[in-house]
Write a protein that binds this ligand. Sequence first.
Ligand code: KIV
Length: 273
Amino acid sequence: MSVHQSSNIKRITTHILQEMKLRGEKISMLTAYDFSMAGIIDAAGIDIILVGDSASNVMAGYETTLPITLDQMIYHATSVVRAVKRAFVVVDIPFGSYQGNSSEALRSAIRIMKESGAHAIKVEGGAEIKESVTRILSAGVPVMGHLGLTPQSIYKFGTYTVRAREEAEAKKLLEDAKLLEECGCFAIVLEKIPASLAKLVAESVQIPVIGIGAGPDVDGQVLVVHDMLGITQEFKPRFLRQYADLRSIMTKAVQDYIDDVKAKEFPKDSESY
Ligand code: KIV
């Protein structure tokens, strides 16, 4: 268990993440989108906080990650950064803010870094976004890649099922991972692919590989915090381990409060001025 004290905190850097891979220490990563949640998971000792575009689903209630805007991502990232003392903060570049060309991609990455104070950006895709990745990296912005099930392409895939089961897609994924490493990415997320392929990728590149639904043989794991705390309800893929049932706890607390208000039991004299 690691709840850090605010003094004497050593911030996580890309260099530390690389060292963790080298010595076989697994990297822990969770999403967060707001100040309060980020403060809790940072103090608990998480290594990386991802301000994921899954905010589109869990914070805004959209069906996909496509609608969230760059301004909205920067708002979430700014709130997270204000709370974080130790974790490395990575922010997703949202759909529609980098695909146009590498200048657009660079402009979006710079806005995220400058306006939020985050430490790195994450971008979905491989060879097709090489130019943008290279340009962002050459501006000194650390880039995390994201391969496998890339939710921004959901309408191309047509389904959220496991990716890269077929040989051709698996081969391209491995090539893309090597390419992202060559470009200079500091880490790669692999989402929902066979565990054997994820293991091969993690062994084939020197940079940390973080899995979500990619089995145990990678360098770290990431989950959406609302899913692992049991706040979201409908989303229950095989890879999700639910560590708490906060939805039930919160529902009971709200019901108790309503009951107390209706019964005139809240507030008491001791809770009044
Ligand atoms: O947006 C997100 O939460 C993500 C994780 C699922 C890796 O990209």
